[in-house]
Design a protein around this ligand. Structure first.
Ligand SMILES: [Zn+2]
Length: 393
């Protein structure tokens, strides 16, 4: 057995140059040209969902600025500065986790250090991750530094919650909004990783992992790690579905069919079967929401151009689109949106799960109710219930 420690894929495959970064071209292109034209700002803030490359790009920018061949937008990867970056021993690149160093004293320490400037390389780079976690007084202390930025020092802030960063700080930063990655971007990247690592995994399995990662590359890579360790050499699609707590598309389709037919009996039977199978019920509702969302996008654009799913799933779902009205799907999605989180906290998750599915099966009836109302509108007033009620003594 190898004694080498296993390096997780997210770490092993962390991009080292702008060209390696997937899906954030709007950011890398602007930063590249800022470096080439020597117009690097004193402070940047990178905002966006977790695991889409914010910290990776911050590290690449630090690499670009301090590479001995640079500043360059294509760092060499072989000089002392680049190599120091590889094993996180570059003294002039200081990474601070905003979540655990959020007090005013932490920022005072930082301000004390800032005035010394870079020690070995050209630039001193401060990377503060989760910067929104800083306390108000820490932000105020930081602001003083940003107001009078020391030369050759650049601040790179990353946050998943931009709205929690004070406007006074934001106004002193150049801001980049990172995007969630597309299904294709993640799938292709996973394919590259698997090919390089000599792993054989079916494309549909990689698509499944990509779908589950919901736009985050780091999550996708962690899931792939999980799948590899679970599979002991041979990755079987069905095993992956089980390992990720998901259900097969066939089961999902049956549930959607039962809901489409407003068949509460069939819906309940499926719900009971799913709960008994011990799957992650919250995860199933996410899959269901994803399926209903695809149906809604098919209603809006029947050619499937808005959908982000596999061709296989698209072909399965397309025939069902006619069974729903757009309004029904909107109401179902908003019901699911509100219930998925509360299911995780529920004391009776199984009961809640069954109720949610039954509600969905009872909801796809706006058409029938509307038909009923319009037929009632044609009836004489006396035949309506409330009138008979009033006649009672
Ligand atoms: Zn270099």
């Amino acid at each position: 057995m190898s004694t080498k420690p296993y390096v997780v894929l997210a770490r092993k495959w962390r991009p080292k140059t702008f060209a390696d970064v997937i899906g954030q071209e709007h950011v890398t292109r602007t930063l590249s040209s800022a470096i080439r034209s020597e117009r690097v700002a004193h402070a940047y803030i990178f905002s966006g969902p977790r695991g889409v490359g914010k910290t990776s790009i911050a590290r690449i920018l630090a690499r670009c600025l301090n590479c001995e061949q640079g500043p360059t937008d294509t760092p060499c990867g072989t000089c002392a500065s680049c190599l120091d970056m590889d094993d996180s021993s570059n003294f002039d690149v200081i990474e601070i986790d905003g979540a655990s160093n959020n007090s005013v004293n932490d920022i005072r320490d930082l301000r004390g250090n800032v005035k010394y400037g870079p020690s070995q390389h050209r630039w001193k780079v401060y990377i503060i991750d989760e910067v929104h976690m800083l306390s108000t007084s820490a932000f105020n202390a930081l602001l003083k530094t940003l107001e009078e930025p020391p030369p050759n020092t650049v601040f790179l802030f990353a946050t998943t919650e931009l709205h929690k960063v004070p406007a006074t700080v934001l106004s002193r930063c150049q801001r980049f909004d990172f995007k969630r990655l597309s299904l294709d971007e993640i799938t292709q990247s996973l394919e590259t990783v698997c090919a390089a690592e000599g792993m054989e995994i079916e494309p549909r399995t990689l698509q499944l992992i990509a779908r589950r990662a919901d736009g985050g590359m780091r999550d996708a890579q962690s899931l792939l790690d999980q799948v590899i360790s679970f599979s002991e050499g041979r990755v079987i699609h069905e095993d992956v579905i089980q390992a990720l707590g998901m259900v097969e598309d066939g089961i999902l389709l049956r549930v959607i069919q039962a809901i489409a037919a407003s068949d509460r009996g069939a819906t309940f039977r499926e719900a009971r079967m799913l709960a008994a199978a011990g799957i992650d019920l919250g995860e199933f509702l996410l899959q269901l929401a994803d399926g209903l969302r695809t149906l809604m996008l098919l209603k809006i654009a029947p050619d499937g151009s808005l959908c982000e799913t596999t061709q296989e799933q698209l072909e399965e779902l397309a025939p069902l689109a006619g069974s729903f009205e757009e309004d029904d799907l909107l109401r179902m999605l908003s019901l699911l949106g509100g219930r998925i989180d509360s299911l995780k906290r529920a004391s009776q998750p199984r009961l809640n799960f069954e109720l949610i599915l039954l509600r969905l099966a009872s909801m796809s009836r706006s058409l029938q109710v509307q038909d009923l109302l319009s037929s009632l509108a044609g009836l004489p007033e006396d035949s309506l219930g409330q009138h008979t009620e009033k006649k009672k003594p």
